[in-house]
Structure formats: structure tokens, C-alpha cells
Write a protein that binds this ligand. Structure first.
Ligand code: ZN
Length: 292
């Protein structure tokens, strides 16, 4: 019995990204592909997403060039694979404000958005700092922050201050302060009980890859390693990782790093005509598969 289907939808990728940006301290370990994805959740009569990607224009396009992003497709094309139109998406949980996660809110005209209040206010704070601090804004488009403020004006933004159980039935939001960013949140979808018997933890950028969850040496016991980019603390990242694993019922494989190309080896996946991947984490009862 599953209430929700969950797919990780790739909408662009960086063909060659430095591994030290993915795994903290992994210097001189070369480069690898870094997919850019958002998550589609469908079931219980609603359509929700975790994150929205970026928009390939203006500052978003400039930032994407700086990060070496290729193969971008718009949400209309990407969601079509699941038979969903952007205007049908009702709830969007924004994991954090980086451009590749929060940069395309405009593409979802009917959705209500959920973000931690601290994430919004701290980015405004960071924008106001002297330009010597601009490293903090390395992956943030101030225009995205302004667009989210405008969602508040439209009555389409819910700013959370902490955890929220059952934001939708069986879906929980968890706050992760001062980690990858100041007000990150992750999303737990419970298809089973509250102990995580059939839960999926959608991690945003709290982990980028399996190595952040499992360590770099497959023969060694499990070791959490922080992501390579954080404005908060490595210690907080490790404890948040442990919390995510517990929410996933203690199963490391239920914590989903969206920037991990290896998802294709662990879950049913398909590459579409644009060279982008669809990964199917689970199917609600009666939902047809998108990958078989
Ligand atoms: Zn990020």
C-alpha cells in the first residue's frame, strides 16, 4: 500500500564537476557528472514537488554557464514525462534558495510554496553584506529571492519556522538550520508508518552523493562526510544526515541525494530523448510506471 509515487526528474546536468565540491575534503579526486534534478510527488489527489530547478534566462542562465550546466529543459517538457503540467502542481517544498533549486518558481503559476523563514531572511541579510562577503552568494540569484518575496505578496508562500508534520497527509517537513545553507529543509514522504517503515527522505543538498551518506571507502564501516559546499557547519550537516537516515527507518538507501548520478543504478530509471534521466523511487497503488 503506497499513497504516493515519487520520481526524481533530471532537468539539466554538469558533465564535469569537481569532486571536492561534492564531498568535503575530496581534493585531487578529479571530476564527475552532476545531475540537476527536482522531485515530483503524486498521490492522494494532489501533485507536489521538491524544488523547481532554475530558469535558463537572465542571471539564472549566467550562473548555469559559470557552473558548466548543459542540456537544460523547461519544466513543461520534463513534467510531461509524468503526464503533469506545471499549472497542475499544487504544493512546492523549496529545500533551500540556491539557484538550481529555487530559480524557476515563475514556471508554476498555481502552486503554493513552502520555505523556512530563516532561509529567506538570511539570504536577504547576505545580500546586504559588503561585497567582500560575496562568496556566500556563490550559488544564489538575488532575483530568485525577490520572486519568492513576491509569492508572499500574492498569498502563495508559507514561511515555516521549524518542522511541520503532515504538511500534506503523510508528508513531513524537517528544518536543518546552519547546514548547507542557513535555513535548509528536507522532506519525508511516509508511505508506511511513522517509524519510517516505507519512508523516503528527499534531502535537497544536505547530501549530494552516496559518499556523503556512506563514506568513500566501500570496505570501511559507514561514515558520514559533509557536502563540499556549506555556509553553515559540518557538524550540523553530519547530525542532520543521521536524522535523515533515522527518518528513512535507518535505511541509508531511503535518503535520496538528487545530485547523485548513481541513483540510476539503485532505482528503476530511464534516459529520455534529451539525454535526461527519470528515476522512479516508488509508485502509488494503481499508478503506472514511467520507466518500464
Ligand atoms: Zn545548494
Amino acid at each position: 500500500m503506497a499513497n504516493y509515487s515519487i520520481w526524481v526528474l533530471e532537468y539539466a546536468y554538469v558533465p564535469s564537476y569537481h569532486v571536492s565540491g561534492i564531498v568535503y575534503g575530496a581534493h585531487n579526486q578529479g571530476y564527475r557528472k552532476l545531475p540537476y534534478c527536482y522531485v515530483l510527488i503524486k498521490g492522494q489527489g494532489t501533485v507536489a514537488m521538491v524544488d523547481v530547478g532554475y530558469n535558463e534566462k537572465d542571471v539564472g542562465a549566467e550562473m548555469a554557464r559559470r557552473f558548466g550546466v548543459e542540456a537544460w529543459q523547461n519544466p513543461e517538457t520534463v513534467l510531461k514525462q509524468a503526464g503533469v503540467k506545471p499549472e497542475e502542481v499544487e504544493h512546492i517544498f523549496l529545500s533551500h534558495a540556491h539557484f538550481d533549486h529555487m530559480g524557476n518558481t515563475d514556471a508554476f503559476p498555481k502552486a503554493k510554496f513552502y520555505l523556512q523563514e530563516r532561509e529567506l531572511s538570511k539570504w536577504v541579510w547576505a545580500m546586504a553584506l559588503d561585497e567582500r562577503f560575496r562568496w556566500l552568494n556563490i550559488a544564489t540569484d538575488p532575483g530568485d529571492v525577490m520572486r519568492v518575496v513576491d509569492l508572499a505578496r500574492q498569498g502563495r508562500l508559507e514561511l515555516l519556522d521549524g518542522d511541520r508534520d503532515d504538511v500534506l497527509p503523510g508528508i513531513d517537513i524537517r528544518k536543518a538550520d546552519d547546514t548547507h545553507t542557513w535555513g535548509c529543509q528536507f522532506v519525508t514522504v511516509r508511505n508506511g508508518d511513522r517509524k519510517g517503515s516505507d519512508s523516503w527522505v528527499l534531502a535537497g543538498d544536505l547530501v549530494y552523493s552516496f559518499e556523503n551518506l556512506e563514506g568513500q571507502d566501500p570496505k570501511a564501516p559507514t561514515q558520514y562526510i559533509p557536502v563540499g559546499l556549506a555556509v553553515g557547519s559540518q557538524t550540523n550537516l553530519l547530525f542532520t544526515t543521521d536524522q535523515m537516515v533515522k527518518e528513512g527507518g535507518g535505511n541509508l538507501q531511503r535518503v535520496i541525494p538528487v545530485h547523485e548520478e548513481g541513483l540510476r543504478d539503485r532505482f528503476p530509471s530511464r534516459i529520455n530523448d534529451h539525454g535526461l534521466r527519470v528515476t522512479e523511487l516508488c509508485l502509488a497503488d494503481g499508478q503506472r510506471s514511467l520507466v518500464s
